[in-house]
Ligand binder design. Sequence first.
Ligand code: B12
Ligand code: SF4
Ligand code: SF4
Length: 227
Amino acid sequence: MSGPSPICREIEAALKPSGMLIRGTVDFPAGEGPELTDGSHAASVVLLGNAGGSIWPAFSRWKARYDGSDPLDIWSKEIIRPLAQSLGGTAYFPSDQPWQPFQQWAMRAEGLKPSPLGILIHPEYGLWHGYRGAIGFAVKAGDNAVTHVGHACDCCNSKPCLTTCPVSAIAPNPADFAVSACRNHLATLLGRRDCMISGCAARNACPVGADYRYPVEQLKFHMAALG
Ligand code: B12
Ligand code: SF4
Ligand code: SF4
């Protein structure tokens, strides 16, 4: 019987209190993985992140005692760095430069596809998931079988994400996302009252994974980081 590898079982157990989950594993051909701390290239990375509001209870408790900048990045690093070290791996974070290709990794790990918003859509979680870090290893860390093959957006006829943005920032091709139109709107009085409070209207309009929509406080938190 196959199940999670010993490394993945250890990661799962260590992350449980935080609400972070293993979000897939990617294997790399020799020399193609990201650099490890010893200068060699990773043979695999284990992606870590949230599904729906899974991290919100633990993170918001921690945040109540923290008053510096970038709380979500700091919290993620406090949890993932020591875990990586104890397993002999190297930690990577989505907000650290140079940016590691988290979305390409996620596409390879789980077969996810990009939505018009630029966010990858998951068949169960919809647009309500994200990545908090990854751990690279010199060995294969787990099972790299891709589980999802279809693309939810292909079966979505009405595509409400394309028509709900008040400034039409979302286009069918994610590369055409009008970043400045979105940012300008978020800075207006109207933007501060709609998207900044209730979350991105286009993301909220997506019917996939609606049960995983972030709690209101989490929506506000992410929008404040973007605006
Ligand atoms: C820069 C960036 C942005 C820029 C986008 C600028 C641009 N046009 O590319 C801005 C600030 C606008 C942005 C916005 C958002 N982002 Co952003 N962003 C990033 C970041 C830090 C780097 C992207 C990158 O260039 N990577 C480097 C290349 C080499 O990696 P890659 O995997 O090959 O890159 C892919 C992306 O660039 C993607 N892409 C192309 N165009 C766009 C446009 C947008 C808006 C996005 C999100 C992605 C995207 O296609 C590439 C090929 O697969 C990533 C984290 C990361 N390290 O990847 C998060 C990331 C892509 N963002 C993410 C999220 C959630 C958002 C927001 C929803 C934030 C929010 N409010 O909650 C918004 C989405 C906009 C919206 N309509 O709501 C998540 C996506 C998770 C997922 N489920 O796929 C990531 C992975 C961060 C994370 N911690 O999980 N983001
Ligand atoms: S509304 Fe439809 S097209 Fe838009 S992201 Fe959701 S499933 Fe994809
Ligand atoms: S946050 Fe608001 S303005 Fe920006 S893309 Fe989403 S709906 Fe449009």
